[in-house]
Write a protein that binds this ligand. Structure first.
Ligand code: SF4
Ligand code: SF4
Length: 295
């Protein structure tokens, strides 16, 4: 079963919920795989205590870059004129490519009269599986500098997690999606069983949450919400299920212990198990558990 934790906006506490929920499921369901689908800024492994050991690693080559055959090039500059990404420059009597700007769109290839432009695959980053110090297998990735996060990298990460789950006979996968509603979030939600939207009682967060819920309808994924930092605006928090139109499975207060536990690289559920915020969190997770095991 695939449970996606997402928020329409960054900084709402999505990774905080994903990491602690993974710890909860590890005990409750006797196993879980955590998946960091935010390969542009991966931090789920850190939130779960950091890597104990790496189990598997693979380089990914997803981006095409242009290169110029200087012997064929007649310096007509058609390619420079067509490139809207400003990836081609004329330097010292030569046309050169700035790989960081090249989007691999191939417009230059089609306007080159000399067929002097070809393409190569550049390493985009790595995918890997590591066991965290809290004993949870984490599937994650790391993009190379200047590379773009793309939906099919997330699709591949999810497939790696699925195969690992089958091999290890683990029933639950928690996907920590990227913030927003871009193509990587779409890949995270597509094919999932449940979406847990983490929302704060503030307008930008509510707006993002509504968009995510719309997206979940499109993919037929059941959506629920958890209100994080509910006490920052109690009156909005009380109306949130009407504002979002999905069941609210829990409300969690604001607490500086969250930052403290992050700085200790320990999920709060382990760092301060007796805190009131942890009780609220566990209560929310029990509600998720009830939903996913009763349907
Ligand atoms: S492939 Fe596209 S982005 Fe890259 S150099 Fe050619 S026109 Fe520019
Ligand atoms: S279009 Fe082709 S021939 Fe013209 S400058 Fe570019 S690479 Fe050279």
């Amino acid at each position: 079963m695939e449970i996606v934790v997402a928020s329409g906006k960054g900084g709402t506490g999505k990774t905080f919920i994903s990491s602690n929920f993974s710890i909860f499921l590890k005990e409750k369901a006797k196993g879980v795989i955590a998946v960091d689908a935010d390969v542009e800024a991966p931090d789920l492994l850190i939130a779960l205590g950091g890597a104990l050991r790496t189990l598997w690693k693979k380089d990914i080559f997803e981006s095409e870059k242009a290169e110029i055959n200087q012997e064929k090039c007649t310096l007509c500059e058609n390619c420079i004129s067509i490139c809207t990404f400003h990836a081609l420059k004329k330097n010292n009597g030569k046309i050169t490519v700035v790989p960081e700007f090249c989007e691999g769109c191939k417009a230059c290839y089609y306007v080159c009269p000399e067929k002097a432009i070809s393409f190569y695959m550049k390493k985009t980053g790595i995918l890997y599986v590591a066991v965290s110090k809290t004993g949870i297998p984490v599937v994650t990735g790391d993009l190379s500098l200047g590379e773009r996060n793309m939906g099919h990298i997330v699709y591949e990460i999810k497939n790696v997690a699925k195969s690992l789950a089958l091999k290890e006979n683990i029933n639950y996968r928690v996907i920590d999606a990227a913030p927003g509603i871009g193509c990587t979030v779409i890949s995270s939600i597509a094919g999932a069983d449940y979406l847990i939207v983490v929302v704060e009682p503030m307008t930008p967060s509510l707006k993002g949450a509504r968009r995510l819920i719309e997206l979940s309808k499109h993919f037929n994924v059941k959506a629920y919400a958890i209100v994080n930092k509910y006490d920052l605006n109690v009156s909005v928090s009380e109306r949130i299920n009407k504002l979002l139109g999905v069941p609210i499975l829990g409300k969690i207060r604001y607490d500086n212990l969250v930052v403290e536990s992050y700085s200790q690289m320990l999920p709060l559920i382990k760092y301060f198990p007796k805190a009131d915020i942890v009780k609220e969190m566990i209560n929310s997770f029990e509600n998720i558990w009830e939903v996913v095991t009763s349907e």
